[in-house]
Ligand binder design. Structure first.
Ligand code: FAD
Length: 444
């Protein structure tokens, strides 16, 4: 019988392998560690957690969150990663944090003892010709990343240079105005700054704590996507000729161009999220919240994603993937995990689960499942599919990517409950007809 090859036994690869194997199909799972380590992985254990040991919040009592909804959905499919995380949980308030060694040992043990999974410790350097899932993660080895680049064209990123993304409804619309430059269109939300506001903001920005060294801009990988603070280092007016240029923006209240302006651009097809144009940044996360709250209109901004700049091999999903997570140009190749353009441990796991089930269906000659738009998994996939490719940037699970409710729901918890109820209902409706898809291994 043919096997499904999976490249990379991280969070997504192990989840995909498990979902396929538990449906009775054989898997060859390739992992290059320990012979070849990535810059962040330290061991040969499968599903090694490279940084924080928190897998995000859980839904408990009345505290509902987007990350919690995603976990509830993963539970419906008996996710291996979620189950091992719960068995190695350490106290962390409302979050699901793990003892990282125990967690990886449990996943490794489950994978190597499954009769349908063959683990092969080897670096894969080229894209297979047969049915395969690439789940080699943000730190994909160079040989494979270059191969992927040949297929995905220039639409593969080796670094993340991400500007913060915020909820539209948290913007103070009394201070901002909607307009394109020179009155062309109404695609942008503009935050005008007076001279005094600009100077205060500038001062806070250049003195804020950074993750990145001050000589960061010399790094050739980042030409063309300079962090906003590095641009500011070049001189007091650089930003006013760059991302804070006021040219052609007429403030309705004064009838004049402001001294400087920050522009916000729609980030998802539903128009619930906006990013700060040109504000990719390596400032520490707490500092981003403090400094960007000084921009008029963003005093109470609710950030769903803060800026990051780090190595991250991932594709431009809306341009190169189909809705089943396959490369449009190679329908036998699925992508899973962070490399699809999601960000985060559980988001990567979810894209492993979806790609694994999709690949298993393809191999068994069955129809692909439909991941409901109302669900957390469906919302992540929808984000990957519908975002404007030119402005695509990786995304984590957040309330802003669920389909917007037809009526405004006040209060974050009420909104979260609404999304949770809809998500779980849609999942059950969709999958109860084909219950073999729901329960991959009840004895886990
Ligand atoms: C430095 C860093 C820190 C991060 N910190 C966090 C955090 O704190 N919280 C969070 O939620 N997310 C974090 N992320 C983002 C993301 O959630 C994790 O990277 C997550 O592990 C991604 O899961 P994955 O399965 O896609 O990739 P991985 O878990 O990285 O798994 C990929 C696997 O593929 C293997 N591999 C690579 N190339 C090959 C090849 N050619 N052949 C065979 N095997 C190969 C690797 O060795 C690895 O085991 C971080 C990312 C990075 C890079």
């Amino acid at each position: 019988m043919n096997k499904i090859k999976i490249i990379g036994a991280g969070l997504a690869g192990c989840e995909a392998a498990w979902q396929i194997a538990c449906r009775g199909l054989p898997v060859e799972l390739y992992e290059m560690r320990p012979a070849l380590l990535t810059p962040a992985h330290k061991t040969g254990m499968l599903a090694e957690i490279v940084c924080s040991n928190s897998l995000g919040s859980e839904n408990k009592n009345d505290r509902i969150s987007a990350a919690g909804i995603l976990k509830e959905e993963l539970e419906i499919f008996n996710s291996l990663i979620l189950s091992c995380a719960k068995k190695s949980q350490v106290p962390a308030g409302g979050a699901l944090a793990v003892d990282r060694e125990k967690f990886s040992s449990l996943v490794t043990e489950k994978i190597i003892s499954h009769p349908n999974i063959k683990l092969i410790r080897e670096e894969v350097k080229s894209i297979p010709d047969d049915l395969a899932i690439i789940s080699s993660g943000p730190l994909t080895s160079n040989a494979l990343a270059n191969e992927l680049k040949n297929i995905a064209g220039e639409r593969i990123y080796f670094y993340d240079a991400v500007a913060p993304v915020l909820m539209k409804e948290s913007i103070n619309f009394e201070k901002v105005f909607v307009s394109g430059r020179y009155g062309r269109g109404d695609d942008y939300i503009n935050c005008p700054l007076s001279k005094e506001e600009y100077l205060n903001f500038y001062d806070a920005l250049i003195n804020a704590e950074r993750n990145l060294p001050h000589d960061f801009e010399k790094n050739k990988y980042f030409e063309g996507c300079m962090p906003v603070e590095a641009l500011a280092d070049r001189g007091i007016d650089t930003l006013r000729f760059g991302p804070m240029k006021p040219r052609g923006l007429i403030e309705p209240r004064t009838g004049r161009e402001p001294y400087a302006a920050v522009q916000l651009r729609q980030d998802n097809a539903d128009g619930t999220l906006f990013n700060i144009v040109g504000f990719q940044t390596g400032l520490k996360w707490g500092e981003q919240k403090r400094v960007f709250a000084m921009i008029p209109g963003l005093e109470n901004a609710e950030f769903v994603r803060l800026g990051v700049m780090h190595r991250n091999t991932s594709v431009n999903a809306p341009a190169v993937l189909d809705k089943f997570l396959r490369l449009k140009s190679r329908e036998n190749i699925f992508l899973a995990g962070q490399i699809t353009g999601v960000e985060g441990y559980m988001e990567s796991t979810a894209m492993g689960l979806a790609a694994g089930i999709n690949a298993a269906m393809l191999m068994s000659g069955k129809n692909f499942p439909v991941w409901p738009r109302e669900s957390a998994i469906g919302s992540l996939i929808n984000y990957l599919m519908t975002t404007e490719p030119k402005h695509f940037q990786p995304m984590n699970m957040n309330l802003g990517i669920f389909p917007p409710p037809s009526q405004k729901i006040k209060g974050k918890q009420d909104r979260a409950k609404f999304f949770r109820d809809n998500a779980l209902k849609a999942m059950r409706n969709e999958f109860q007809e084909n219950s073999s898809l729901l329960t991959s291994n009840p004895s886990l």
